[in-house]
Design a protein around this ligand. Structure first.
Ligand SMILES: NC(=O)C1=CN([C@@H]2O[C@H](COP(=O)(O)OP(=O)(O)OC[C@H]3O[C@@H](n4cnc5c(N)ncnc54)[C@H](O)[C@@H]3O)[C@@H](O)[C@H]2O)C=CC1
Ligand SMILES: O=C(O)[C@@H]1CCC=N1
Length: 241
């Protein structure tokens, strides 16, 4: 996630990357043409007046915060399931934001959620727009629910793509043809979804008594819709633990 954010920001912002391993940091800097400043994350790192992008796994929050000192200007955290309250207890900063990008950030196409301090909304939106689109949510509850859709969504859609491919392979299609076709399907589906409500797309394809109706009937028999709703529920509930 950090690498994707750096790629989006490197040409417009001064970026200092703090990490544990100087060899890895140098390799990262080489990948970005030497445009980064590097620093070791060690006791006493002064972050006064800086805007921090926190991109470690949630369990590393305590370790990272124990190293830094001073009052940061802003802190933008991408840590899943880590509340504003927990961040506030760990860091001293003027403005606090939670952000939830997704894996498409690696292609500049993230759908990133934001919530937190309204006074830092514009700045955080400008920063996160470097990796795709942003959407501000007024409460942490909405943010945590929406995360199940956009943060985890690439994994759910990957499962759909994989399952559809498995289906045609089971019927006899070659795997490479299936994969090529699924990529084309998803590419074409993106603009369709931008222009139409999903229910209308389904209705447009579902001819009376036709082949798609037979397939959709099987999905309803298998409770596919209910399975996806349960997946969202479980993802959201896990966020709260
Ligand atoms: N992978 C995803 O699709 C998404 C991930 N996130 C969030 O992004 C965060 C990072 O996830 P990834 O980039 O996938 O993980 P990652 O494992 O690729 O990157 C984490 C980085 O943190 C460094 N690190 C670990 N412990 C550290 C410590 N104590 N001090 C300094 N650096 C430390 C690691 O060396 C590594 O470079 C997580 O909190 C996750 O919840 C958010 C949205 C989507
Ligand atoms: O599953 C996770 O914990 C992270 C957060 C959202 C996507 N991946």
């Amino acid at each position: 996630m950090a690498k994707a954010m750096i790629a989006g920001l490197v040409n417009t912002h001064q970026i200092e990357v703090l990490g544990k391993d100087m060899v890895k940091l140098r390799a990262l800097n080489d990948a970005f043409g030497g445009k980064l400043s590097l620093g070791l994350l060690q006791e006493g790192v002064d972050v006064t007046g800086k805007t921090l992008l926190l991109c470690v796994k949630p369990h590393a929050l305590g370790a990272v915060s124990s190293y830094v000192q001073g009052e940061a200007h802003g802190l933008i955290s991408v840590l899943a399931g880590t509340s504003l309250k927990a961040l506030q207890e760990a860091f001293t900063c003027k403005h606090l934001i939670r952000a939830m990008p997704n894996l498409a950030a690696a292609h500049g196409a993230s759908m990133t959620l934001l919530t937190g301090d309204n006074d830092f909304r514009e700045t955080s939106e400008a920063i996160l727009k470097s990796i795709g689109k942003t959407h501000w949510l007024g409460t942490e509850k909405e943010f945590d629910i929406a995360m199940a859709l956009t943060g985890s969504g690439p994994a759910f859609l990957a499962l759909v793509a994989e399952a559809l491919c498995d289906g045609v392979v089971r019927e006899g299609l070659k795997r490479e043809d299936a994969t090529f076709l699924a990529r084309g399907l998803f590419e074409g589906f993106a603009p369709l979804l931008q222009a139409n409500h999903p229910a209308l797309i389904k209705e447009a394809v579902m001819s009376p008594g036709g082949v798609t109706a037979a397939g959709l009937g099987a999905l309803e028999d298998c409770k596919a819709r209910s399975a996806f709703m349960l997946a969202i529920k479980k993802t959201y509930e896990k966020t709260l633990k």
